[in-house]
Design a protein around this ligand. Structure first.
Ligand code: SF4
Length: 120
């Protein structure tokens, strides 16, 4: 990974994950921004294969009920490059959460990601 001129970490997206996480769940995703990843995207890439993720997200609703949001905020969002200046959801504007957050929250509701995820 490298740091871009705007200070954001540059990590090329994997198109298999991007199709599921960003294309399938993120209201902010715009094709072409393939060098920007958020904290929950990076987290999911680290714990599950794209094939496993494709199956796991089947019953997750597109709009999150924010299950375990406090835990996601504490252990994942605080490491996200968008947290300080780029996440309307965390800024409290009433915006929806990003796609990765929606998936992590949904997987936690289905007990497919255990509580205490920050201790893994
Ligand atoms: S909800 Fe915001 S801070 Fe948390 S991972 Fe998504 S973009 Fe980053």
């Amino acid at each position: 990974m490298a740091e871009g001129s705007d200070g954001l970490t540059i990590a090329m997206k994997n198109p298999l994950y991007t199709k599921i996480i960003c294309g399938g769940f993120c209201p902010f995703y715009r094709a072409g921004k393939e060098d920007l990843t958020c904290g929950t995207y990076n987290f999911l890439v680290g714990i599950v294969t794209a094939a496993e993720l494709k199956v796991a997200v089947r019953e997750i609703k597109a709009v999150s009920d924010l299950f375990c949001d406090a835990e996601i905020k504490k252990f994942i969002c605080r490491q996200c490059d968008f947290l300080i200046d780029g996440c309307d959801f965390r800024a409290g504007t009433g915006s929806r959460s990003c796609g990765g957050h929606t998936i992590v929250s949904g997987l936690m509701r289905k007990s497919l990601i255990p509580f205490g995820l920050g201790e893994q």
